[in-house]
Every structure is written in structure tokens, then in C-alpha cells.
Design a protein around this ligand. Structure first.
Ligand SMILES: Cc1cc2nc3c(=O)[nH]c(=O)nc-3n(C[C@H](O)[C@H](O)[C@H](O)COP(=O)(O)OP(=O)(O)OC[C@H]3O[C@@H](n4cnc5c(N)ncnc54)[C@H](O)[C@@H]3O)c2cc1C
Length: 811
């Protein structure tokens, strides 16, 4: 065995082999894979081998499309068959809500360039005669679906990697990982050790245990999963004879089953409600190629429904039942990328659909390792999307919830209950007592809206405007016409300090750093000039800055901050988490309210727009930023957590006769739409440049040097390919949510990123990206946005519908 390698990939399942192949393809030849037993001996060997493109996140869907397109290349390079059956697949809807979901998925498939088609139940039955059509209201055909041979495919990756120069050692178990002071690793195995620059955890069923070797508790858990294989079925034989091809796959959401042809019979797999985790504490190292005992009782409710929906299945004999474990993260997407605080340690695990996602995971990780960036938007599967709150028992509860809901609809206004509340602030019970409906914001309970007395504080889940509509509207109007208070503890906060801090932030951010006592807004770019952050930065002292950003991206941003820290210790960075909490007061009467709580001068002359100030507010030592995301006059008030209750109670007392109202995140997001403000993760993502995102006023190209400047200069010259715009949409009772196709002249030319109802301007609004040349097209109804399968006229609003000059914020 080699003793030195640039990369050691741990794990010879489909994912590890894909990573290995893609590393060689990206040009790294000195790469090694270590496998405990033999290739495929984790969850890979007993997979059902199905693949499909559908995913809740369009960027993951694209990667799934990439994976499926890769198999021909692998067969060509390796000479090894992947056993491909490109049969197409049907998604079967049993209710109007599920049909709406399919229409949304169909719209999304359109802008992703995927081949999908909506069908009536009769049309679906013509393709798959096993269906009892009266149980369904419609279907979608996804032409890219199919299935393959899991073992053949894994070996095709492995052989292709060997062709590219990689080495694979089987029967070699990694027992420990020891970091060296230079950031490299000693990989200790039962057959000696290898010194490597990079280590990849592709340990599948043992990914959690490999994480523990370096002090990590990764949020990943294996679940038992069952499918059964039938004997020969005459219906299948007859279909193949008459049509000359295989039956398509099917997903029956109601019965929570999937079906596909296997030789002359069928495979039927279930995602049952009564699901069971496997080895929730520790996966035994000696688990090999054995299966788990089948438990047909557990999947009986799914089988019963499935037999009703596909009667021929009930008549078929069962040849074999497979029960095997495979891993999931809490949201079901993979955990990929470098781990914050562990240079050279990479994850490629929790891949629950290895044959749809394995290729995309390998591509993303290899580009990240070789070029420093995955090259596209991998946020939905970035290992950095979880924080320390995602503990082992949290993961256990969330993974079970996710598994049991695998084929359930997640409505846009639906908050899932498992493992909540996980984190709360001191205002939690006070806000619940005032009718707050809470949502989960990166593990923290955050108010979404407030139900007035006599109204049940509960969301009626829907794709349409829902029961919160009049109450969120009242909150928005309350802010715009008077004053409102909302909790903002869920924002990410960081403290950066030290003698080198100004230079450091200047290099990371596109905008100039503020003077002491002032605030700036600034994007952050990667080397390719794409948006990887959007921050509010206040200078609290000469060498001390406070930084606010997106809650979900805290680890993602810490990883970037740490990666660029100077080695001489001239800069310190600290994530403040819940050490710093706060509220925002907003609306034309917010100054009057603040003035009642302090004896300092808070007039427009003394506390200007974008000022940052230390102030006693209601006796409490506080920091004020004079800005709010509502786009109105307003103040963020930041305090230590022990003061939060007093601050809030004092605000409520002082605001009573000003008509102060509580408002939640939903009102905040509606108010920002009226101002054309973008939001991180929807409008701002690493697939857009700052000019495309219409953030040019926050990019100071006269600064000598900042990361992404060269690319930003080029983008400035060309203007970029796309442009973020706001639309007024002729919607009736359902608004844009995000990821809908935008049409122009009968063609799909872009996509919506978010939308909703502008409650104070009384218009349905959406933001999205269109080709730059079309961004000036302001003719009424020149565009259409497809909402739930219907194309709605949409008109670009060149300036914000509320307060276009921004006078209210500055008054
Ligand atoms: C019943 C069932 C049906 C499924 N059906 C489908 C399907 O239809 N379509 C689909 O896409 N997916 C399906 N899957 C899921 C699929 O199997 C997984 O997504 C895939 O196998 C994950 O691959 P992996 O490489 O991440 O993990 P694994 O296959 O678990 O591979 C990890 C490898 O790492 C090795 N290893 C671990 N620790 C060490 C160590 N310390 N040293 C050296 N080696 C180590 C292990 O021996 C193992 O070979 C199914 C799974 C099951 C159980």
C-alpha cells in the first residue's frame, strides 16, 4: 500500500467511487480509495437501483440530471455495463393538492430543461396498465427515470477512476485519523497508514463513526428500508410482448410506494409511516453483506393501499423481501463539502439516492477540492447548513419525520413539528401568549405571524393564500401606518476584531468598510465573482466590527471567514449565536417609541440612517443600528439575552398608546418585497453576480483589491447575463412562491426566486431573474409567470412600489 497520497477517499460505495472518479477527471491522479471490505459492501449492494431527477431543490435536481447523464460516459471509459433501463417514470396524484404539486414540479422541470409531461389518469394507465385509474386524478411522466445495476455501476465508477490513475485498496479499514500541524492527515488503517493532504468521508453507513474519529457528530442516521420482488407476472410478460419495452416506474404518493419492473416481475418498495432507524447510536464495524429481517407487518398499510391501486400486484407471488439500511440527513439531502474548523477534511455522505445523486456529489466535491469552489450552487447539500443544534437525538427525530414524509406534500407554509422547539429565546412564551405562530429558523423558534384574540394560532397548509393572509396584512399595515416590533434573534451575528481586521474585511467584502459608528451593507463574492454572502457591517470601534448575515449560512460563512484569516493572528472572528439577541421596531412612529425609552437624542440629526450607536434603552445596555429590512423608518436594538425580556416588555408598555403591534417573519418578507429588497438563498446565491442581482451600489470597484474583483469588473463591462427584477403579477388567490418559470413571447426565459402579496401596495409581487436584454421590457403583461400550472400575466416594476425614493428609511 502507498504511504503518501494527495487524497484518501474512505469508502467504496457508489459515492466514494464517484468522488474518486471525478477527482481523476479533474486532473488529480495521486488519489486513493480505502474500503473496509469490498466495493459496494455498505448500503450500495442491496439498493433497488432506481434513478430520477425530481428533487425539492432545483439545484439538486440539476445534479441528479447530471448523474443520470453520466452513465453512458462511465460505460464507455470502463467497458463495464451499468445495467441501464431508461424506462421513464410516472408520479401519480390522488388528490387535487398533489396534482397542484405536480403542476409546480412540471413548471420547474420546464425551466430546468427536463422532459416532463402532465397526464390524465387514463393516459397514465395507457402507459402503465397495472394502475387502477379511479384512485388517481392525474400524473406526471418524467422521461429521465429508470433503474440500473448498483454493483455494475459502482464498479464502472471504480474502473474509470483506475483508468484515470487512482488506486483502490479493499479489505483495508480506516481505524483513526490524526491531523498534523501543517493541516495534513495521517490515515491509520489495519494495514498501515497513509499520509494525505485531503481526506474524504464517504463512509455511508459508517459516515457518523468516521466523523467521530475527528471529533464531529455528523447529522446522519440510517433507516431500515424494505422492498419486495415478485415472481413472474403475466401482466408484465404480456405488456413487454405487446409493446416491446419495459413498464415505466411509478411513485404512488398516497400508498407511499414505488414500483418498477424487475425481469418479468415487479419491485415494490415502501416509505412507511411506522419507520425504524437502524443503529441509532453506533454502527457495528463488523456489519457486512447481510440483510435485516423483513417485517411485512410494518409495511402492511402501504401494501394494502398499493394492492388496491395496482390489483395485479396482489395476485403476484413474493419471491424475495429485501430489508436494508441506508443513510439520511435531517432534510434528506446529502452532506457534502469541507468541514468548518477541519482543513483538509471533506464530507460526501448521507446520500440517500446514490444512483440519482452520486455523480453530482462526486462532481461538486472534486471541483471544490481541486478548484476551491464546487462551481455551482450546492447549498441544499452543503454540510455547513447544520449547526451544533443538530444533535444525534435531533437528527434521529428529524430523519424519522423525513422518512415517514418522503412521499408527503410539504406545503410552502408548512412547519414540521419533530424536534421542536429546539432553541427558544426569552420571548418565546410571551409571544406564544400573544398568539404567535412559530417557525423554525436554523433551529430557533421565530414568530411567523400573530393570531389576534379569538383566532386559532395555526396555519392551514396550502399552495394558495391561506388563513394567515388577513392577519399578516394587518401586521404590515400596522408597521407602515404606525409602529411594529418583531424579534430578530435569528439573524446571524459575528464579531471580527484585531489590528488587521479592516484590511481583512476589505478584502472579503465588495463595499468599503464603514467609519466608526456607521453601518454599510455589502455583498461577499467568491473568486469567480459570484455572490456567497450579503451582510450588514457596523464599526463598533477602530478595530472591532459587528457583522450580521443570514441565519442559515452561519457555518458556511464561518468556514469562509476562517479560510481567509491571516496566519499572524491579526484578526479574530467569533460567531455570536444567541449571545446577542434583539428586536426591530419599524414604522413612522418608531422614533417616537424609541425616544420614550431613552434620554439620548434620537432625532434624525443625531441618530442618522445607517448609524450604529451604543445606547441605554429602557435601562438596558443596547446597540442600535438605524435600519430595518421593512424599508421603513426603523431601528434594530441588540442586547445580551438576559435583557431581552425587559427590553421587549418596556417597548410594549411604551408603545401601547402609539398602537404598537407585533409582527412576524411573514410580514417582514412581504414588506421587503414592496421595496424590491432581495433575500439570501432566494435572490442571492452563488449562481448570480452582484450586477445581475442589482447590487451594484454596494460594489466599490475603486477599491484596490477584494476577492472576486476581477470577475466583478468583467461583469460590470458586460452587465452580466441575467438581471434580477420585480414583477407585479396578475395572480388571483395563489402568489409566486419561488422556482416558477417566467415566460416571454411563448418561451421560458427565466425563473422566479420568491414572491408573495405586497399587503400595503395591494399587489401580487414576485422577484426573479430574466435575460438582461429583457429587463428593460416594462410593457404591461409582457411576461407570464406560471403559478400552479396557469400562466399569469406579469409586468416588470422598474422601481419599488413602496416609497421608491427611499425617503421613509431616511426621514
Ligand atoms: C433497500 C434499499 C433500497 C435502495 N434503493 C435505492 C434506489 O432505488 N435508488 C437509489 O439511488 N438509492 C437506493 N438506495 C440507497 C443507496 O443504496 C445509497 O444512496 C447508496 O448506497 C449510498 O452509497 P454510499 O457510497 O454513500 O454508502 P455505502 O454504500 O454505505 O458505502 C460506504 C462504504 O464505506 C466503507 N467504509 C465505511 N467505513 C470505512 C472505514 N472506516 N474504512 C474503510 N471503508 C469504510 C463501507 O464498507 C462501505 O462499502 C437504497 C438503499 C437500500 C438499503
Amino acid at each position: 500500500m502507498k504511504t503518501e497520497a494527495r487524497v484518501v477517499v474512505i469508502g467504496g460505495g457508489v459515492v466514494g467511487c464517484s468522488v474518486l472518479y471525478h477527482l481523476t477527471k479533474a486532473g488529480w491522479k495521486d488519489v486513493v480509495l480505502l474500503e473496509r471490505q469490498q466495493l459496494t459492501s455498505g448500503s450500495t449492494w442491496h439498493a433497488a437501483g432506481g434513478f430520477h431527477t425530481l428533487n425539492g431543490d432545483p439545484n439538486v435536481a440539476k445534479l441528479q440530471g447530471y448523474t443520470i447523464g453520466l452513465y453512458d460516459e462511465l460505460e464507455r471509459i470502463s467497458g463495464q455495463s451499468c445495467g441501464l433501463h431508461r424506462s421513464g417514470g410516472l408520479l401519480l396524484a390522488d388528490t387535487p393538492e398533489r396534482m397542484e404539486w405536480l403542476k409546480m414540479a412540471h413548471g420547474r422541470a420546464r425551466y430546468l430543461g427536463l422532459d416532463a409531461q402532465l397526464l390524465t389518469p387514463r393516459e397514465a394507465k395507457a402507459l402503465l396498465p397495472l394502475i387502477e385509474e379511479r384512485y388517481f386524478v392525474g400524473a406526471m411522466l418524467d422521461a429521465a427515470d429508470g433503474n440500473l445495476d448498483p454493483s455494475g455501476t459502482t464498479h464502472a465508477y471504480a474502473k474509470s477512476a483506475r483508468v484515470g490513475g487512482a488506486e483502490i485498496y479493499q479489505q483495508t479499514r480506516v481505524t483513526a485519523l490524526t491531523p498534523r500541524s501543517d493541516g495534513t492527515w495521517d490515515v491509520i488503517t489495519d494495514r498501515g497508514s497513509i499520509h494525505a493532504e485531503h481526506v474524504v468521508n464517504a463512509g455511508g453507513l459508517w459516515a457518523r463513526e468516521i466523523g467521530r474519529m475527528v471529533g464531529l457528530e455528523l447529522p446522519v442516521l440510517a433507516m431500515e428500508h424494505m422492498y419486495l420482488v415478485t415472481d413472474e407476472m403475466p401482466e408484465v410478460v404480456e405488456f413487454n410482448r405487446a409493446r416491446g419495452h419495459e413498464l415505466p416506474h411509478a411513485i404512488d404518493f398516497k400508498a407511499e410506494i414505488y414500483l418498477r419492473q424487475e425481469r418479468t416481475g415487479m419491485v415494490l418498495g415502501t416509505y412507511e409511516k411506522a419507520c425504524v432507524p437502524w443503529q441509532p447510536r453506533q454502527t457495528p464495524w463488523d456489519f457486512g453483506s447481510e440483510l435485516l429481517p423483513p417485517d411485512l407487518e410494518r409495511i402492511a398499510p402501504s401494501l394494502e393501499l398499493g394492492y388496491r391501486h395496482f390489483p395485479a400486484m396482489e395476485r403476484a407471488g413474493i419471491k424475495r423481501v429485501v430489508n436494508g439500511p441506508f443513510t439520511f440527513s435531517p432534510d434528506g439531502n446529502p452532506l457534502v463539502g469541507p468541514v468548518q474548523g477541519l482543513p483538509g477534511f471533506w464530507c460526501a455522505c448521507a446520500v440517500m439516492a446514490g444512483f440519482s445523486q452520486g455523480g453530482g456529489v462526486g462532481l461538486a466535491l472534486s471541483q471544490w477540492m481541486v478548484h476551491g469552489d464546487p462551481g455551482f450552487d450546492v447549498w441544499a447539500m452543503d454540510v455547513a447548513r447544520y449547526g451544533e443544534w443538530a444533535t444525534r437525538s435531533y437528527t434521529n427525530a428529524k430523519v424519522r419525520e423525513n422518512y415517514s414524509r418522503r412521499f408527503s406534500i410539504r406545503f410552502p407554509n408548512e412547519e414540521l413539528p419533530a424536534a421542536r422547539p429546539q432553541q427558544t429565546t426569552a420571548l418565546y412564551d410571551l409571544m406564544l401568549a400573544q398568539g404567535a405562530v412559530m417557525g423554525d429558523s436554523w433551529g430557533l423558534e421565530t414568530p411567523l405571524w400573530f393570531a389576534p384574540a379569538g383566532v386559532e394560532p395555526r396555519d392551514a397548509v396550502s399552495f394558495h393564500r391561506s388563513n394567515d393572509f388577513p392577519h399578516v396584512r394587518a401586521e404590515c399595515l400596522g408597521v407602515r401606518n404606525g409602529v411594529g416590533v418583531t424579534e430578530i434573534a435569528n439573524f446571524a451575528k459575528y464579531e471580527l476584531s484585531g489590528p488587521g481586521v479592516e484590511e481583512y474585511l476589505g478584502r472579503l467584502m465588495t463595499n468599503r468598510m464603514p467609519r466608526q459608528g456607521r453601518v454599510v451593507l455589502t455583498p461577499m463574492l467568491n473568486e469567480s465573482g459570484k455572490l456567497i454572502g450579503d451582510f450588514t457591517i457596523a464599526r463598533a470601534a477602530a478595530q472591532r466590527f459587528l457583522v450580521w448575515g443570514s441565519s442559515q449560512a452561519q457555518i458556511y460563512h464561518m468556514r469562509w471567514f476562517e479560510r481567509h484569516l491571516p496566519r499572524n493572528g491579526a484578526v479574530r472572528v467569533r460567531r455570536l449565536g444567541q449571545e446577542l439577541v434583539g428586536v426591530s421596531i419599524a414604522g413612522p412612529r418608531s422614533r417616537e417609541l424609541l425616544a420614550r425609552l431613552t434620554d439620548e437624542d434620537v432625532s434624525n440629526g443625531a441618530l442618522r440612517f445607517l448609524d450604529h450607536r451604543r445606547l441605554d434603552v429602557a435601562n438596558v445596555p443596547a446597540m442600535i443600528n438605524r435600519l430595518t429590512y421593512t424599508g421603513d423608518l426603523g431601528f434594530e436594538i441588540w442586547v445580551a439575552p438576559e435583557y431581552l425580556r425587559r427590553l421587549y416588555a418596556s417597548i410594549q408598555d411604551a408603545g401601547r398608546d402609539l398602537g404598537l403591534i407585533n409582527f412576524g417573519m411573514r410580514a417582514l418578507l412581504s414588506l421587503r418585497l414592496e421595496k424590491n429588497f432581495p433575500t439570501w438563498y432566494r435572490e442571492l446565491r452563488p449562481i448570480y453576480g452582484p450586477f445581475e442581482a442589482a447590487l451594484e451600489r454596494f460594489v466599490d470597484l475603486s477599491k484596490r483589491d477584494f476577492i472576486g474583483r476581477e470577475a466583478a469588473l468583467r461583469e460590470q463591462e458586460t452587465g452580466g447575463a441575467l438581471r434580477r427584477v420585480t414583477f407585479v403579477v396578475d395572480a388571483t388567490d395563489a402568489d409566486v412562491l419561488g422556482d416558477e418559470p417566467i415566460w416571454h413571447d411563448g418561451k421560458v426565459i427565466g425563473w422566479a426566486t420568491s414572491g408573495g402579496y405586497g399587503k400595503c401596495v395591494d399587489r401580487s409581487l414576485a422577484q426573479g431573474y430574466v435575460p438582461r436584454a429583457l429587463a428593460a421590457e416594462t410593457t404591461r403583461g409582457a411576461f407570464e409567470i406560471e403559478i400552479l400550472g396557469e400562466r399569469r400575466a406579469a409586468t416588470i416594476a422598474p422601481e419599488p412600489l413602496f416609497d421608491p425614493q427611499g425617503l421613509r428609511m431616511r426621514q
